[in-house]
Design a protein around this ligand. Structure first.
Ligand code: 5RP
Length: 222
């Protein structure tokens, strides 16, 4: 079994009857969602809040009941992938462009489980370009301000060279830092810039990461 499948399916085991579940986005979360779809077919009673239109489509196809943030007081458990996880369990997310909804849903969750194959575990964040969601208006100016945080921001483009548009109608700037020494400080610095909607830095949001070590599924806890 590939690592993404192993960690994705492991996380699905933590979901219990009656829970409101935040469903992540990406190729690792895919395996959690498929497993939950199987369990729902076998009688598991859950309601899910998806972090993207793509995830919503998949969940609906699998028969998982969908609700929105407006329908719930809180989320019992959110399960999502990551692009990088450091030793403090700070994350870079947003490789799939869903970082804003992912962060809102993780924040609303009592428990946020991250699923990450072994390649995602790093000492220091930053080799993966940090996705930052910005509004389209004046994005060039926003990019200049972000550049002063010490990175090279690049507008995310699709294969046909048109800009990638998020589910929220915004652009993504992929910001090349190479090393992020202080993720908490950078997160604060970025969110202060007008035009920035949210950054893909998730600091202090999770206390458990399911990964693979020495070919075994392993849970890193804070
Ligand atoms: C999407 C994300 C994903 O969780 C992250 O990009 C990891 O994706 P994958 O599981 O496909 O490697 O943040 O916005």
């Amino acid at each position: 079994m590939i690592e993404k499948q192993a960690v994705g399916e492991k996380a699905a085991q933590f979901v219990e009857d009656g829970m409101i579940v935040g469903l992540g986005t990406g190729s690792t979360a895919y395996y959690t969602i498929v497993k939950l779809g199987e369990r729902v077919k076998n009688g598991l009673n859950i309601k899910a809040v998806p972090t993207s239109q793509k995830t919503e489509e998949l969940a609906r196809k699998l028969g998982i009941p969908i609700v929105t943030l407006a329908d719930v007081e809180y989320i019992d458990i959110a399960i999502d992938g990551a692009d990088e996880v450091d030793s403090e369990l700070s994350l870079i997310k947003g490789g799939g462009g869903a970082l804003l909804r992912e962060k809102m849903i993780a924040y609303a969750a009592k428990r946020f489980i991250v699923i990450a194959d072994s390649k995602k575990i790093v000492k220091t964040l930053g080799a993966f370009p940090l996705p930052v969601e910005v509004i389209r208006f004046g994005w060039e100016m926003t990019a200049k301000h972000i550049r002063s945080a010490g990175c090279v921001p690049q507008l995310r483009l699709l294969d046909d060279h048109t800009p990638f548009i998020t589910d929220n109608g915004n652009y993504i700037l992929d910001c090349h830092f190479s090393e992020i020494e202080n993720p908490a400080e950078l997160e604060k610095q970025l969110i202060r810039i007008p035009g920035v909607v949210e950054s893909g830095l998730f600091v202090g949001m999770t206390e458990e990461v399911i990964t693979v070590q020495n070919q075994d599924v392993h849970i890193i806890k804070k």
